[in-house]
Design a protein around this ligand. Sequence first.
Ligand SMILES: C[S@@+](CC[C@H](N)C(=O)[O-])C[C@H]1O[C@@H](n2cnc3c(N)ncnc32)[C@H](O)[C@@H]1O
Length: 290
Amino acid sequence: MRDPDQYDDVAEVFARYSERAVFPITACLLEMTGLSIGQWVLDVACGSGMLTRAAAAVVGASGRAIGIDLSPGQIRVATSRSRQQGYHWNEFSLMDALRLGFANDSFDVVVAQFPHLPDRERCLAEMFRVLKPGGTFAICNGGGGAAAWPLAQAPLQAEIAAGGVIDGLFWLCLSEHFPHLIAQPAGNAPVVRDDPHVALRNELEQAGFGEICLWSYAYTAPFESAEEAFEWESVRTSAYRMAQSALNPASVVVFKRDYLRKAQVKRDQYGLLGITTAALFGMGYKPVRD
Ligand SMILES: C[S@@+](CC[C@H](N)C(=O)[O-])C[C@H]1O[C@@H](n2cnc3c(N)ncnc32)[C@H](O)[C@@H]1O
């Protein structure tokens, strides 16, 4: 099924906001891989390609950066942004993470940033297969898969007052207006884990990766207005993005008005709003065969 998580219609908005609100996480993930010039890198469930393009800038024309995703809209936006940058060694393809169309041992580095995977075990096995022995794998989970630790202890960005951070407000309003949406899993988005650290380490071990290390990071992005905070939350929150077109439009108006009113109170008081993206990173190597 193409676009199983319904990103097509929001791909442009997703790209615009994620470049603002998520890029520090991307930079951290990329740095963890130690990617270098001339290497081949694969970005699985690349979305609008922010990480793939950042990787392309590192590997340069003697390397190759390939992004794959199942949403045609995301791949379109990724390709058009890459063309603007003129990176001919950066390619995007419509492909299912369940069946990667690459030979075994093709890539020096395989990455997946907030991927939505239909069957994580099988997708991780695919990512392991296409990685060269000795190559590096790095994945990061957000939402239900992320650790609680960075949210509690992340340093605030200097210009955002603690009271202006509205993490959880969108979810709270959803639970009041559309409780059925938060009670069920949304598409391929990761499900909430009791202990995400243990779950991620186990997954990587089972896939065959060695020298596994975990890391957490969180970034609180500034938002000038309640409207733009609402727009970002609407596209990034899978439970809402995927259900929105089927919701009663009048109820959506009431929900949005409620969120905007509550966010505006904070905006008036603190000047800037903050929304945090938290990530739990897992990294490992594909063992070299004897
Ligand atoms: C939260 S987005 C992350 C996008 C990008 N990695 C980023 O960090 O901006 C999740 C992505 O997973 C993609 N996806 C869902 N199921 C997929 C599958 N079976 N194969 C490949 N991509 C898939 C969605 O289309 C979406 O672009």
